[in-house]
Design a protein around this ligand. Structure first.
Ligand code: NDP
Length: 279
C-alpha cells in the first residue's frame, strides 16, 4: 500500500460499529489490491460535503450506513435497478466519472440464501419492514419469488413494502399484522427475520413467533450478524430446518462492493475469518 492507494470507505454515524473495515482491508491485503477502506464518521448535516469530498479526492466508491442510505441519493448521479426500486443505497460506485448508487444488502442476502435454496417460485415470509426487509424483499421479488408475506408491527410500513412489491415487480405480496404470535402458514417455504430482534446486547430477546409452526422442510434465515446463532436459528435447527445466518449476508455484500470498486472477485472465507475475529 502507498499513499496513492485507491480509496474506498464507509460514511457512518459516530455510533455505528463497523466490522466491515477489518473485513474489507483483510481482503485487499490477501489479494494484494492497492486499495484502502476508511471508515469516516459523517453526520447527516455533513453528508453532501462528504460526497463532494469523496469526488474531489477521486474515491472509487463507498458504503453508506444508516441514516444516510436514503438521503445520499440526492447527491449521486444515478441508481442501479434495485436501489431505484428500494429507494435506498448502501454502496456507491464510481463509473465513468459518475457516482452510481447500488444496494448490495439484498444481493448479499440472496447469495447467501441461494447456497441453500433457490427462491424462484417460492413462497416467503419476511419478518420486519425496515431497510433490511425492503432490500431483501425487492431482491427476492426480482429473483422471481412467487409470493412474499410481509409480517410487521407497524402497518403503514408493512403495507408500503407490500405495495412496492405488488406495483413494481411481478411477485405477489400480502401484509400480515404482527400483533399476535406469528404462526408460519403451510404455504411458506422460506422464513426470514429482517428485524433487529436478537442483536447483541439483547441476545436473549425472543421473536413473537410459534416455533411449533416450523416444519422440517422450512428454510429459516436471519439477518442478525452478532451473534450469528440467534434464538430463532437455534429453534429452527431444533425443528430440523435448514438455516442461513446473517454473516453470509454481510460478507457477500462486501464481496459485491469490492467487485464493483476493484473488479476483483475476492475470497469470502478470508473475510469470514476476519469478521469472526473482530466480532
Ligand atoms: P430498521 O430500523 O429499518 O427496521 C427494523 C425493523 O425491525 C422494523 O420493521 C421494526 O418493526 C422491526 N422490529 C424491531 N424491533 C421489533 C420487535 N421487538 N418486534 C417486532 N418487530 C420489531 O432496521 P434495518 O432494517 O436497517 O435493520 C434490521 C436488522 O438487520 C438490524 O439488526 C441490522 O443490523 C440487520 N442488518 C444486517 C445486515 C447484514 O448484512 N447481515 C445488513 C443490514 C441490516 P416496526 O416497523 O413495527 O417498528
Amino acid at each position: 500500500m502507498n499513499f496513492l492507494s485507491k480509496i474506498t470507505g464507509s460514511f457512518s454515524t459516530p455510533s455505528a460499529a463497523n466490522p466491515t473495515v477489518a473485513m474489507v482491508e483483510a481482503a485487499y491485503k490477501h489479494h494484494g489490491l492497492d486499495f484502502r477502506y476508511l471508515n469516516c464518521e459523517v453526520l447527516p448535516k455533513d453528508l453532501e460535503a462528504a460526497v463532494k469530498g469523496a469526488r474531489a479526492m477521486n474515491w472509487v466508491g463507498f458504503n453508506c450506513s444508516l441514516p444516510h442510505k436514503v438521503e445520499v441519493i440526492k447527491f449521486l448521479d444515478g441508481l442501479g435497478e434495485s436501489a431505484k426500486l428500494m429507494g435506498a443505497v448502501n454502496c456507491v460506485v464510481l463509473r465513468d466519472g459518475k457516482y452510481i448508487g447500488e444496494n448490495t444488502d439484498g444481493k448479499g442476502f440472496l447469495k447467501s440464501l441461494k447456497s441453500i435454496i433457490d427462491p424462484a417460485g417460492k413462497s416467503i415470509a419476511i419478518l420486519g419492514a425496515g431497510g433490511a426487509a425492503r432490500a431483501i424483499a425487492v431482491e427476492l421479488a426480482l429473483e422471481n419469488a412467487s409470493r412474499i408475506t410481509v409480517v410487521n408491527r407497524d402497518q403503514n410500513k408493512g403495507k408500503d413494502l407490500v405495495d412496492l412489491i405488488n406495483n413494481k415487480t411481478k411477485c405477489k405480496s400480502e401484509f400480515k399484522d404482527w400483533s399476535t404470535k406469528f404462526e408460519v402458514p403451510d404455504h411458506v417455504q422460506i422464513l426470514v427475520n429482517a428485524t433487529s430482534i436478537g442483536m447483541s446486547p439483547d441476545i436473549d430477546a425472543r421473536i413473537n413467533i410459534n416455533p411449533d409452526s416450523f416444519r422440517a422442510d422450512l428454510v429459516v434465515a436471519d439477518v442478525i450478524v452478532n451473534p450469528p446463532m440467534t434464538n430463532l436459528l437455534k429453534d429452527a435447527k431444533a425443528k430440523g430446518c435448514q438455516i442461513v445466518d446473517g454473516l453470509g449476508m454481510v460478507i457477500n455484500q462486501a464481496v459485491l462492493g469490492i467487485k464493483f470498486w476493484t473488479g476483483e472477485d475476492v475470497d469470502p472465507e478470508v473475510m469470514r475469518k476476519k469478521l469472526l475475529e473482530v466480532l
